[in-house]
Design a protein around this ligand. Structure first.
Ligand code: MN3
Length: 202
């Protein structure tokens, strides 16, 4: 069973003005689609065909660069679309809000840590909010299409929020102004979805 490009859960223009329609069309229809097709090609006929993407990523050090890059690209973007919403923004409440306050002192403490991770990731990569093995939260970042599920990750955990800081994610609208894109992302974060992922990961 091959991996399938997930549909966007909203229209391409739904996240405007924070993320523009053209970027979403290319990002989902070209980039994410490309990772999906290349992942399928990389695992076709191998013992990875039929495994879950999480299982593949957990043992990625044993696989080819194509599996690492495209498996990461497939997983990361699938998560990314789901943690954004045109009705997003604000602050998380409930268990997730409490866990963020415990880990970072306050929501602003979290926002500062996550923004710093996104802005200082050199070149292409991702910023993450992860649930560690002990159930606590941490902010981390990874290069390229790596992610914290991979056995090669410096800091491992279950990602519940991710921000793509590859230039293809923001260049049309923000050019070199990555910090503006990172700031705008907070207006579209789908905290209901992040809370669900937190509950499932604990
Ligand atoms: Mn991308």
């Amino acid at each position: 069973m091959a991996f399938k490009l997930p549909d966007l859960p909203y229209a391409h223009n739904a996240l405007e003005p924070h993320i523009d329609e053209k970027t979403m069309q290319i990002h989902h229809g070209k980039h994410h689609n490309g990772y999906t097709n290349k992942l399928n090609a990389a695992i076709e006929g191998s013992d990875l065909a039929g495994k879950s993407i999480e299982d593949i990523l957990a043992g990625v050090s044993k696989h080819s660069g194509g599996v690492r890059n495209n498996g990461g690209g497939f997983y990361n973007h699938s998560l990314f679309w789901s943690v954004m919403s045109p009705n997003g923004g604000g602050t998380p409440s409930g268990d997730l809000g409490d866990a963020i306050n415990k880990a970072f002192g306050s929501f602003d403490g979290f926002k500062d840590a996550f923004s710093a991770a996104a802005k200082t990731r050199f070149g292409s990569g991702w910023a993450w909010l992860i649930v560690k093995a002990d159930g606590s939260l941490a902010v981390t970042s990874t290069p390229n299409q790596d992610n914290p599920l991979m056995d090669i990750a410096e800091e491992k955990g279950t990602p519940i929020l991710g921000l793509d800081v590859w230039e293809h994610a923001y260049y049309l609208n923000y050019q070199n102004r990555r910090p503006d894109y990172v700031g705008a992302f907070f207006n579209v974060i789908n905290w209901d979805e992040v809370s669900k992922r937190f509950a499932a990961a604990k």
